[in-house]
Design a protein around this ligand. Structure first.
Ligand SMILES: Cc1ncc(COP(=O)(O)O)c(C=O)c1O
Length: 359
């Protein structure tokens, strides 16, 4: 026994979030490892942040009233049903805290977003993981088969990180309707704006039919505000009250609230970014294909690249040595893969040139 301070036994079960690998590189890095947007925030968003700087001697609004009102106007969902978090990750962890406990089960697909194992481990619940299908898509039927009396929560990542694949709202609609009502479903839509399979507003209709459904969204991706940390959940009022109870009241800072509220007013900018993303997706995918590399069907701002019998860590390290940062991963069947975010055209071309050198 070491004589140090003692920790809760659950702490050991909580995975450590893996930072993207970097490599000593003398020059400008191309950061394509975190699914960020390469574009700076809208000038009026920056102005809204600057205006808040003079009030930093005050606590932020614990009710996030302005932002919740703007989200209500934008989505048509009542403000009382909207929870705002310090990034959508905070809301995921809060949902776990509010709903799970030892003996309870959380179901999610795998590979999927790396925070989901934390949601189970932090609460001491059991994680039940269900393999994606051969195309890297959620196998909803297989997930439904894992639901038991102990299941409290199912998370569906749509589009899925890291495989970039997506389901349509119709597929999800029928499936949620078949699940027992005691099971909450979080539909993590961090990348939904990029999906060509749906308009983001289409999933809002699902909320009216399924009281056990929560849509989780973020300002980190298409809105380009991940440095400020702000995300939101649309669900029932009881969900909002529960996640608010388990968090400190001031977790969303004043700059984040102001920036997100302003960003919502610039939907034309969102559309422009989605279009640009689609152009870069086509470019990157066709160039990868020319190099003999397959990708899954991307509905997001990144590609999941199948590396065949190449070792994914070697490829990712080789790119890092050339100043290009991407993430390594494994597909089902243990095939090596890498996840590469689309950057600007210049960044994407540096990635492609580095890859050519490497292969
Ligand atoms: C699927 C998914 N959900 C949620 C998030 C977290 O976003 P946030 O920055 O809002 O915490 C990410 C970020 O990479 C993600 O990939």
């Amino acid at each position: 026994m070491s004589p140090g301070i003692e920790f809760n036994r659950r702490v050991e079960q909580i995975p450590v979030y893996p930072a993207a690998s970097t490599y000593a590189f003398d020059g400008e890095l191309v950061k394509l490892a975190s699914n960020e947007t390469p574009y700076a925030p809208h000038p009026q968003v920056l102005e809204a942040v600057e205006a808040q700087l003079r009030t930093l001697n005050r606590y932020p609004d614990p009710e996030k009233s302005v932002l919740r009102r703007r989200l209500a106007e934008r989505t048509g969902v009542a403000a009382g049903r909207i929870a705002v978090g310090n990034g959508s990750c905070e809301l995921l962890l809060a949902a776990g805290e509010a709903m799970l406990e030892p003996g309870a089960e959380l179901v999610y697909a795998w590979p999927s977003f790396s925070i989901y194992p934390h949601v189970a481990a932090m609460s001491g619940a059991t994680a039940i993981t269900v393999p994606l299908d051969e195309e890297g898509r959620h196998d909803l039927e297989a997930m439904a088969r894992e639901v038991t009396a102990a299941t409290r929560l199912v998370i569906v990542c749509n589009p899925n990180n890291p495989t970039a694949t997506a389901l349509t709202p119709a597929e999800i609609d029928g499936w949620v309707g078949e699940l027992p009502r005691h099971v909450a479903v979080i539909l993590d839509e961090a990348y939904v704006e990029f999906s060509t399979l749906q308009d983001p507003d289409e999933s809002l209709d699902l909320l009216e039919r399924h009281p056990n459904l929560v849509l989780l969204r973020t300002f980190s991706k298409v809105y380009g505000l991940c440095g400020l940390r702000v995300g939101y959940a649309l669900g029932s009022e009881s969900f909002r009250l529960a996640v608010d109870r388990v968090r400190q009241p001031f977790s969303v800072n004043a700059l984040a609230q102001a920036a997100a509220a302003e960003a919502l007013a610039h939907q034309d900018e969102v559309e422009r970014r989605v279009e640009q993303n689609a152009i870069e997706r086509l470019h990157v995918e066709s160039e990868l294909e020319e190099r003999g590399l397959e990708t899954t069907d991307s509905q997001a701002n990144f590609s999941w690249v199948l590396l065949g019998d190449r070792d994914e860590d070697e490829v990712v390290e080789g790119l890092a040595r050339r100043g290009v940062i991407v993430r390594a991963g494994k597909a089902l069947g243990e095939q090596g893969c890498m996840r590469v975010t689309y950057g600007t055209r210049g960044e994407n071309d540096r990635f492609l040139a580095a890859l050519t050198e490497l292969l």
